[in-house]
Design a protein. Structure first.
Ligand SMILES: C[S@@+](CC[C@H](N)C(=O)[O-])C[C@H]1O[C@@H](n2cnc3c(N)ncnc32)[C@H](O)[C@@H]1O
Length: 213
């Protein structure tokens, strides 16, 4: 894929996601959940709590693709229940969604950035970084994980690679933790969840501990 094709891929993805999310009325819909299959606040919690469950110490947390900031808000709440102090940061390539995130988390508005995760240079590295691989063309997934470990995650910190599945997503050949291991990354922890009333609604988070200096 040459640079022009890559830019077209990102532009197309941004327009499709931004249009769909901004049409949603519920906070989880503006974060991409329940747009085609109805979902409740409880469903959202089942599908996203595994991210917070990967966080075991206080520190900084960057959500790549933070959309309207709802995951950041929930991760703050779910980790506070365990007396962890998390400083939230967000990155999204949609200016409009980043604006919603700043409105949702006004005290952290200066920590919500606009940029493309593929080529953005973070101002600092973070203890925990959450992403999915869907943000990048498949041929670049392995390089993307390597770049996040080198440029985004603090040494000893964790890269959380999320896999969200549902009726409308294709089943991957390998689970995300298996895929990461096949690429040579050492997965330290896996957290997963499934909706009781819709077993196709699933989340799996593979956490890679950063050994990069
Ligand atoms: C499914 S939402 C994720 C919301 C939340 N982080 C979560 O995990 O539930 C995906 C978001 O990622 C953003 N996004 C997609 N590709 C991106 C990229 N290459 N760089 C930055 N943001 C991207 C979209 O604009 C969208 O807001």
């Amino acid at each position: 894929m040459d640079e022009a094709e890559l830019n077209r891929w990102f532009d197309n993805n941004r327009i499709v996601l931004e249009t769909a999310y901004l049409a949603g009325s519920q906070p989880w819909q503006q974060s991409g959940v329940g747009l085609r299959t109805p979902r409740t606040a409880q469903d959202w919690e089942v599908l996203r709590r595994p991210i917070a469950d990967c966080i075991s110490s206080s520190g900084t947390f960057l959500d790549i693709g933070c959309a309207n900031g709802y995951l950041l808000e929930c991760v703050l709440r779910w980790t506070q229940e365990r007396n962890l102090q998390i400083t939230p940061y967000g990155l999204d390539f949609s200016e409009k969604l980043a604006t919603l995130a700043r409105q949702r988390l006004p005290q952290y508005a200066g920590q919500i950035f606009v940029g493309n995760a593929w080529n953005w240079s973070p101002p600092q590295r973070f203890d925990y970084v959450n992403t999915t691989l869907d943000y990048i063309p498949a041929s670049l997934h392995q390089a993307f994980v390597q770049r996040l470990l080198e440029a985004y995650v603090l040494p000893g910190g964790y890269l959380l690679v999320a896999e969200y599945l549902g009726k409308h997503t294709a089943s991957p050949e390998l689970k995300i933790n298996e895929q990461l291991r096949q690429w040579g990354f050492s997965v330290a922890m896996v957290k997963a969840s499934q909706l009781a009333h819709d077993p196709m609604g699933q989340t799996r988070i593979a956490a890679i501990k950063n050994k990069w200096p």
